[in-house]
Ligand binder design. Sequence first.
Ligand code: HAM
Length: 429
Amino acid sequence: MSKSLQAIRGMNDILPEQTPVWRYFEGTVSRLLDNYGYKQIRMPIVEFTELFKRSIGEVTDIVEKEMYTFDDRNGDSLTLRPEGTAACVRAVLEHGITGGGQVQKLWYIGPMFRHERPQKGRYRQFHQIGLEVFNLDGPDIDAELIIMTWRLWGELGIRDAVKLELNSLGTSESRGRYREALVEYLSAHHDKLDEDSQRRLKTNPLRVLDTKNADTQAVLVDAPKMADYLDEESRAHFEGLKARLDAVGIPYVLNPKLVRGLDYYSKTVFEWVTDKLGAQGTVCAGGRYDGLVEQMGGKPTPGVGFAMGIERLVLMLETLEQIPQELARQVDVYLCAFGEEAELAGLALAERVRDQLPNLRLQVNAGAGSFKSQFKKADKSGALFALILGDDEMAQQVVGFKPLRGQGEQQSIAWDALAAHLATCVVQG
Ligand code: HAM
């Protein structure tokens, strides 16, 4: 027997019962971004592999072991995007839309691909909503990004369940000085480090700060502190950000070990984390990357951005039971018609009602069926009301208007008056 076809591990179907929550989440975020003046950009899902190597960094987990890379038929090495920042930088450079200091406030949404070990909240195809701002170098825009997400958590009803962690990595000069000091210290304690940290010490020493190994963490207690190496510019920037968050009343925790898994960051880095999802607790993360555009071949252009994981936020809405009740109902009204003549009249009537009430969710029974079976379908659809067209109703040019959720008795409504009547009893989304 042939093996049945299955989706790839870590790549999920999002089934019809789940899509309402996704659409609610995506709608809420896109409305918010519109209101703050961000514009959407759409980039391809596949890019030249070189793009990610050069931007994310050769010695990061993503580039070393998580990319879906393949040769296309021309022999070019291509990669399914593991994140959106690199492609967004490539796009703004290619189209020259950040030239001459033009400010761009952009956002994107879509699938990303990383060959990680799948578990709850961590997938191989996952979805992000991300945003990137170019040509603004002050802490005010860093603050705006964080304030905007804070508002989002409020609108979604999950504000109490997330915590903001903040750090500054400094400019590349101050980070370079810190890296030297850290390497010197860690080298002196080389034997006490776990194997992975010993390797990282050589390739990407700042990532040692991120270790989960208890022995290495003990060594890190007395390690040099990044904050002591920040230059004046980075310090002032960080203070400026904190002052703005304080002014708006957004609580945060300073986490000097927050270094992020991508190499392009400078100055501000932040993560919104939750303890409601188990091990995969970061729901939104980002920071400033003032050197990236230049590193990719453009003029010096400051940049800052973040991305949130849609799967994780949807999981949070479910876990915290913050899914608006009205999402459960997808149909307002269900029209049942009995007999061919009634079916034809029903179709025409439904279209007239839709002309007048474009937001009404009106489902017309398909596949005919007995009185009993059509009612069963009407009830199962979740509709508030059934419209009934049988021989009697046809003769009188009315519809039977039957509440399905216990809001009163069935009545007869003239065809011409139906839309007006529906407008009074269905709250339209
Ligand atoms: P990132 O931290 O790699 O940053 O990912 C951002 C968010 O995407 C994570 O906080 C998480 O919510 C979600 N995420 C990442 N990997 C997975 C996965 N395997 N499964 C489910 N969700 C996941 C970036 O991607 C940067 N491009 C963010 C950025 C934009 N920085 C500046 N601009």
